[in-house]
Design a protein around this ligand. Structure first.
Ligand SMILES: Nc1nc2c(ncn2[C@@H]2O[C@H](COP(=O)(O)OP(=O)(O)O)[C@@H](O)[C@H]2O)c(=O)[nH]1
Ligand SMILES: [Mg+2]
Length: 365
């Protein structure tokens, strides 16, 4: 493996294969992301919560999306998401599939298709979905497809399970379940890629973060370098868990868990942390008057007696690092110091303009 890769600046990948090998400067990766589904299914809401720091309550004020709402989201230093939020009214959908077919479905990196669990016309929803997939397979056969079954908060929880974080969803709206959505393989075009990833989501809990973190995870450049460096840092500071968050969305970019950390029974703790931190940021913004996208804190510490300690540290320009440690003051202080020193080894996350060091070193080597 080349020294360049060790430093985190991997050989060019993705849509911009024009990385400058000599200078070690890697051009940013751009991904066209189509957000589609019936009108009112919750597309603009999730986009606003994840990328514009809306709170769930605010989404009720969102107007209907007319035609396509284009936005460019910078994620870390070298990934730009071109988000196409496609208004889902039938007339628009027909237009995407006819006149705008080439324009909409060419060069797509990811399709996120949102189904409303409350929909009364599942057959029609499925027919539209199949048409969209046909168009996508025709013009972007390599695109990844994610299906979100959305507004799950409106479903009664399965027997024996209670609701988790953020229970401020309007529970009065709970209704009996509609027929479950299922995608028949026969209904899809023969050339349709099989790996469609489904997620059950709601803007009222952490499930939205699980889905979006997974989508983003598949797009982040230099992931293997991030994972390697994170694992080396985790071992060095004797952590139980490390989590790397993107600065504004607070989506988990990558994580590392020690062997003992894997015994943690809370399996959705990663997305719970994203949700909690996002709400915390919004509260700070509300009470201090700082913009929601501003960098609102530098370090947060939590020492839970003899059970564990935790800190969340402003890390590189585009990231925060969370470290979970066994209890102990000395270990805590040493870990904090070492994480600050390790920032140098993660600077590539702020690329693409950060040149590779002349003698690149993997963290821990
Ligand atoms: N109960 C519930 N309502 C949601 C959820 N997501 C969005 N909504 C609501 O659905 C309505 C339509 O959302 P919007 O994002 O405009 O839908 P779009 O047409 O697909 O962009 C808004 O009033 C949102 O507050 C969810 O997960 N649960
Ligand atoms: Mg919309």
């Amino acid at each position: 493996m080349s020294g360049r890769l060790e430093s985190g600046v991997a050989p060019p990948v993705g849509d911009n294969p024009a990385g400058d090998a000599k200078s070690g400067i890697k051009k940013p990766k751009k991904k066209k992301v189509l957000l589609m589904g019936k009108s009112g299914s919750g597309k603009s809401s999730m986009r606003s919560i994840i990328f514009s720091n809306y709170i769930a309550r605010d989404t009720r004020r969102l107007g209907a999306t007319i035609d396509i709402d284009l936005s460019h989201v910078k994620f870390l230093g070298n990934l730009t998401l071109n988000l196409w939020d496609c208004g889902g009214q039938e007339a628009f959908m027909e237009n995407y599939l006819s006149q705008q077919r080439v324009h909409v479905f060419s060069h797509v990196g990811v399709l996120i298709y949102v189904f409303d669990i409350e929909s009364r016309d599942v057959d029609r929803d499925m027919a539209t979905f199949v048409s969209i997939i046909s168009a996508l397979v025709q013009f972007s056969p390599t695109a990844r497809i994610y299906v979100l079954i959305h507004k799950m908060d409106l479903m009664p929880p399965p027997p024996g399970r209670t609701c988790s974080t953020s229970t401020s969803a309007p529970s009065a709206k709970r209704r009996p379940s509609s027929p479950p959505l299922s995608v028949s393989r026969q209904a899809l075009p023969a050339t349709c890629p099989l790996d469609i990833t489904p997620f059950a989501t709601s803007i009222w809990d952490q499930s939205l973060y699980k889905a979006w973190a997974s989508i983003i995870h598949d797009l982040v450049p230099n992931l293997s370098a991030i994972e390697r460096n994170l694992a080396n840092l985790g071992v060095a500071i004797e952590a139980e868990e490390l989590l790397l968050f993107e600065r504004t969305s607070f989506l988990a970019v990558s994580s590392w868990t020690s062997e003992s950390g894997q015994d943690n029974p809370t399996h959705d703790r990663l997305e719970r942390m994203s949700n909690i931190m996002k709400q915390f940021k919004q509260s700070i913004s509300r009470f201090t008057g700082t913009p929601r996208n501003a960098e609102q804190f530098v370090c947060m510490e939590h020492k839970a007696g003899t059970s564990f300690s935790l800190f969340i540290l402003k890390f590189t320009t585009n990231t925060y690092l969370m470290a979970v440690l066994p209890a102990g003051e000395a270990r805590f202080n040493a870990a904090m110091l070492n994480c600050r020193i390790a920032i140098e080894h993660f600077k590539f996350l702020d690329g693409p303009s950060s040149p590779s060091p002349s003698n690149p070193q993997q963290f821990g080597s």
